[in-house]
Design a protein around this ligand. Structure first.
Ligand code: ADP
Ligand code: MG
Length: 317
């Protein structure tokens, strides 16, 4: 199909972080307000439970087939897409390809039935199962990367750092969603956030030591692009506390970090603490999708702005 040809890419999901992130993005696309993540790095079992809108039986039949998405039906949809993270219908197919088994249990809120789909070795079944207490979807991946044992061995316990970092950036930009991240080995909760009113509060949940009275809020709009967020008056030492998003998608953008850091170096001159040159900030760039190219390189999301001058003008202000 034409649409498929135009959006096809060869993305492979080969890290636990990437798998977790894709599942969580699906929950967010389904308008979930609560997302619970469990990861077991001994068995490579990954589970994401959400209270989102669920999947209809008809759609469930085809979920997990490559290029099956319910989020984008035509090329014009694809170009306009603004509301969803996912649009290619690749994540679940890629995940099932490299896993022993993927199980999706789902119930639409207004629906009386719960369906369960199991995908194993390119075969899949859908059946009615014990009813979920409420609407939502649970995706359980078992034996992730079991066909790539060498890749599995490369994944160490510090993978949790990168999983947490990825979930944290979603926590910040989705203040109205509560998240939990649990290491299933030992049951330790690595991250727990509750619903909060705004990004300043969700940032605070993740970084409790940062003084929120020191936040400055900004919002600049230029034609169809807007840049908004918060910046901390104090300088941090650490680029880790810099979060950049395009249309709510966390991205890596050293160019923007440099831009901001150099502004600060110039503005908040000498003295004090030399190590501190990186302000803490959260920046959300909203722009038409046609203005950005997003490439998802393993866990890093790299963005190419076709109109970086506009973004830059907004930042310079
Ligand atoms: P994409 O997100 O690009 O559409 P995916 O492979 O990630 O592709 O998911 C395929 C489809 O499965 C989605 O379009 C959506 O309809 C459905 N889906 C997956 N996860 C969920 C979820 N947690 N809640 C509701 N629907 C889901
Ligand atoms: Mg998706």
């Amino acid at each position: 199909e034409n649409v498929i040809a135009q959006i096809r890419s060869s993305s492979v999901i080969d890290s636990v972080t990437q798998c977790v992130t894709e599942l969580v993005l699906n929950s967010l696309d389904a308008k979930a307000t609560a997302v619970a993540i469990r990861v077991n790095l001994a068995t490579f079992r990954i589970q994401v439970v959400d209270n989102g809108r669920g999947i209809s039986r008809a759609n469930l039949e085809s979920v997990g087939l490559r290029y099956m998405t319910t989020k984008c039906h035509s090329l014009s949809d694809f170009k306009k897409r603004i509301k969803f993270y996912g649009f290619k219908g690749e994540a679940l197919a890629s995940v099932s390809n490299v896993s022993r088994r993927v199980c999706i249990t789902t119930r639409e809120h207004e629906c009386e039935d719960t369906y369960e789909k199991t995908i194993q070795k390119e075969e899949s079944t859908v059946e009615v199962t014990k009813m979920r207490p409420s609407g939502g979807t649970t995706v359980t991946v078992e034996g992730f990367l079991s066909n790539l044992p060498v890749r599995q061995q490369c994944i160490k316990n510090n993978e949790f750092e990168s999983i947490r970092r990825s979930v944290e950036s979603l926590v910040i930009i989705h203040p109205r969603v509560s998240f939990t991240l649990r290491n299933e080995l030992g049951g330790k909760v690595l991250l727990a956030s509750v619903k909060c009113p705004d990004i300043a509060s969700s940032f605070k949940t993740i970084h409790p030591n940062v003084d929120e009275n020191e936040f400055d809020f900004f919002r600049v709009t230029k034609s169809e692009t807007s840049v908004e967020g918060l910046i901390h008056k104090e300088l941090g030492e650490n680029k880790r506390l810099q979060y950049i998003y395009v249309n709510k998608r966390p991205i890596n953008c050293p160019k923007i970090q440099q831009l901001i850091n150099s502004h600060f170096k110039n503005a908040k001159t000498r003295g004090n603490d030399r190590k501190k040159t990186s302000p803490i900030f959260v920046m959300h760039i909203k722009c038409p999708y046609s203005d950005v190219d997003i490439s998802l390189e393993s866990t890093k999301t790299v963005v190419f702005f076709k109109k970086f001058d506009i973004v830059k003008q907004c930042i310079d202000k």
